[in-house]
Ligand binder design. Sequence first.
Ligand SMILES: Nc1ncnc2c1ncn2[C@@H]1O[C@H](COP(=O)(O)OP(=O)(O)OP(=O)(O)O)[C@@H](O)[C@H]1O
Ligand SMILES: [Mg+2]
Length: 366
Amino acid sequence: MTFSAEKATMIEFKDVHKYYGDYHALRGITATIKAGEFFSLLGPSGCGKTTLLRTIAGFEGISSGAVMIDGKNMAGVPANKRPTNMVFQSYAIFPHLTVEQNVGFGLRKDPRPQAEKDKAVAEALEMVNLKGFGKRAAHALSGGQRQRVALARALILKPKVLLLDEPLSALDKKMREQMQMELIKLQRQVGITFILVTHDQEEALVMSDRIAVMFDGEIAQLADPETLYRKPASRRVADFIGTMNFLPAQIKSEAGGKVEIEAHGFGQLTLDADQVSGANAEGASIGFRPETLTILFDGQTAADRESMGTVEEVVYYGDMTYYDVRLDGTDAPMRLSMRNIPGRPVLDIKERARVAWSPSAMVLFR
Ligand SMILES: Nc1ncnc2c1ncn2[C@@H]1O[C@H](COP(=O)(O)OP(=O)(O)OP(=O)(O)O)[C@@H](O)[C@H]1O
Ligand SMILES: [Mg+2]
């Protein structure tokens, strides 16, 4: 779904800190999540994703700051009084109940007549593509189907916010990709706010309107997928989101919206000021993604710059080939990706390669 700036705020974190004893797990989280947004918390193991999600659900108290949901401060509001529902990594469904008993579980105290509740269960099952599975015993389902039951059970309570803690991580690659597509469709259909925790950067890029990248209890960057990928705020974010090549650089001059640099192996380059990204503690460096370098074959000419190099590694992926190519005059190979199209050869190790590149595709960290 396309994210629009006019949307109302659904969640607001105001300088949230969380200590477990002496351990400072959340270190000043300030962020807003909009109503109807598909939002992801992405980061390595132990960075505080689950902890932050649980502060929304009310399973975890905070040490200072505030968590607001739909304009209300959640201090002192217990989990069962919050307009949220959570889907866990391990399918927390009851194996001894049927699919429809599982999905209807949350409605057991609902005063509506049974026929209406049955209808709601049937609708929820249809939503997650489990129509006709109602009478099946829950233990007789595949992993993907169990996770759909867990989703239906959460959605039937019509929460304003659905919290998903690595809900797909136990599934195999194929099933995970299918469920990713289904979750995107489902979120569009129901229109409620989804907050997904994942440590899988591809999953976050594919699914989210916006992503908060977390390291060590802090948000390192909060942006839409394209901005995160094209303009990471730091080398650490760039390294975590996909692959990026880095080369040391020296800044020679800055004036009139241009930055003159000397980059190892690339010589003197002129970059636009808006190619300058965030901080890098180890000094200035340029970064560029593998797909911004192209190997030129017979008769092709470079649109911009061209260098010679030697292939040091080739990894064939079917649709893509990844190469490590060491450009002449540089001391480390660079990762480069090429789409495999019919008639295009795949180079071997030690072959010479003509490589096209462009200063406009580079990011400068300083
Ligand atoms: N109940 C607890 N008591 C003490 N420390 C905790 C507790 N829960 C979490 N932590 C610590 O807080 C940090 C953040 O944990 P959290 O579960 O939020 O990480 P995460 O980003 O979800 O990681 P993962 O990807 O492995 O699930 C970790 O270092 C963890 O050990
Ligand atoms: Mg976690």
